[in-house]
Ligand binder design. Structure first.
Ligand code: AMP
Ligand code: GLY
Length: 423
């Protein structure tokens, strides 16, 4: 079959890498893609939320499956767009419909879902411009640190954690009254702070059945020792060493099962990936957030460990037959280190030539913010390339990634040298 992937990051290069290995895939397209996907698929320069252009491409190229990488098109209803158009409604779209994508699109919607289905999560209340005074009072009842979350999508920047009560109040005011995050902060969720170590759990579902993929841990801060600003993710490790069988079974019983049952009870149609952000508080998992897509860079360590034909799995998700799939996982650990542009996550320069990619041995370079220009691979974004390796354990895998990174270069290249330091 002909397959289209929407997106242009390391996650989408990894999807393309895995899908292109399947004998079930005839022609593979990526919109818009990057220099990594250009080598194994046909890139088409269409934006991920340009639904009419996506429809034209699907019809022209007889595409039968669309795999959605990022959250934006899902929250904007790309799946519904297909279902509501006779010419393309036969196409299998991997990614939930708009109503279900609200699990990522609205923090309040997610919190209400978690509470309704008794899934462990932080206590919270939500506030608007009209109730900002109540918000100040609520903050006064909490202990520091204070967790404030813009309700809507804010490009990963909408969560602010502050130690000082007065600062927290002024942040709440700037979110609600001064629209710091625009539309996204017309509502703000204030949460109890959870203290613990984070990990991500990835679930595939056809709406009725589910399968759990390996866990992963990402490193969100720019600086070593988990310091400095938040980024999209600076590296990842899978499996997560502290996720023992006992802990994993708590995740499945207390979180995954009630989540999938919740979709059924609430009539939330869901064919796609559920990314559950978790925190281990004491010995118990609690949900920090849902995302309705795979994580990036977690995908760069999770998919390389999946032994199955990925297209077979995607078809089973779309056809409602996921229960017949037996997930097979590579025993080896996988790790990835993200190379980023100097200055990221603040201002950075683009257009720097990346050299040494051909000299990589024993690792995989998943391209992210990188594209072809005059036959050269150049930087186009903050997160540039994820270097993934396998190993008998995560230490061995990380070592291999760092050895290969020594052979790579671009002007002002930066990366964290301590991925896995806390495990
Ligand atoms: P989110 O966008 O919801 O994933 O939040 C971004 C980050 O903020 C998370 O990865 C956590 O590190 C942190 N965070 C969010 N909610 C909480 C909470 N209730 N307690 C502690 N940390 C949190
Ligand atoms: N790495 C975190 C995310 O994809 O949201």
């Amino acid at each position: 079959m002909n397959i289209l992937i929407l997106g242009s990051g390391g996650r989408e290069h990894t999807f393309a890498w895995k899908i292109s290995q399947s004998p079930l895939c005839k022609n593979l397209f990526v919109a818009p893609g990057n220099s990594g996907t250009a080598a194994i698929a046909k890139n088409v320069n269409i934006g991920v939320t340009d639904f009419p252009a996506i429809k034209n491409l699907v019809l022209e190229e007889q595409i039968e499956m669309v795999v959605v990488g990022p959250e934006d098109p899902l929250v904007q209803g790309v799946h519904d767009y297909f279902l509501n158009d006779d010419a393309i409604k036969h196409v299998k779209v991997i990614g939930p419909q708009k109503v279900s994508a609200e699990l990522e699109g609205s923090k309040e919607f997610a919190k209400e879902f978690l509470y309704r289905h008794n899934i462990p999560t932080a206590a919270y209340e939500s506030f608007t411009k009209e109730t900002v005074e109540k918000g100040y009072q609520f903050l006064e009842t909490l202990k520091a640190p204070y967790v404030l979350k813009a309700d809507g999508l804010a490009a990963g920047k909408g969560v602010v954690i502050l130690n000082d009560l007065e600062e927290a109040k002024s942040e709440l005011k700037s979110m609600l009254v001064d629209a710091k995050f625009g539309q996204a902060s017309t509502k703000v969720v204030i949460e109890e702070f959870l203290d613990g170590i984070e990990l991500s759990c990835f679930v595939l579902t056809d709406g009725k059945n589910y399968k759990i993929l390996p866990t992963a841990k990402d490193y969100k801060r720019i600086g070593e020792g988990d310091t400095g600003l938040n980024t999209g993710g600076m590296g990842a490790v899978s499996p997560v060493p502290f996720a023992t069988d006992e802990f994993l079974s708590k995740i499945e019983e207390r979180i995954v099962k009630p989540t999938i049952n919740g979709f059924k009870k609430d009539n939330l149609p869901y064919v796609g990936f559920v990314f559950i952000g978790l925190i281990k508080v004491g010995d118990d998992p609690k949900v920090i957030e849902y995302n309705v897509r795979m994580g990036d860079p977690e995908t760069e360590v999770v998919l390389p460990r999946l032994k199955n034909d990925f297209v077979e799995i995607l078809l089973a998700m779309a056809n409602g037959t996921l229960k017949d799939i037996n997930i097979e996982i590579d025993e080896r650990a996988a790790t990835t280190i993200m190379l980023v542009s100097g200055g990221y996550p603040e201002a950075y320069e683009k257009g720097k030539e990346i050299t040494g990619i051909d000299t990589i041995e024993g690792s995989i370079a998943f391209h992210a913010g990188a594209d072809l220009k005059d036959g050269k691979v150049v930087t186009t974004g903050g997160r540039v390339m994820a270097i993934t390796s396998y190993g008998a354990n995560y230490q061995e895998a990380i070592k291999k990634s760092y050895q290969n990174i020594d052979k790579l270069h671009f002007d002002k290249m930066n990366y964290r040298k301590d991925i896995g330091f806390d495990l």
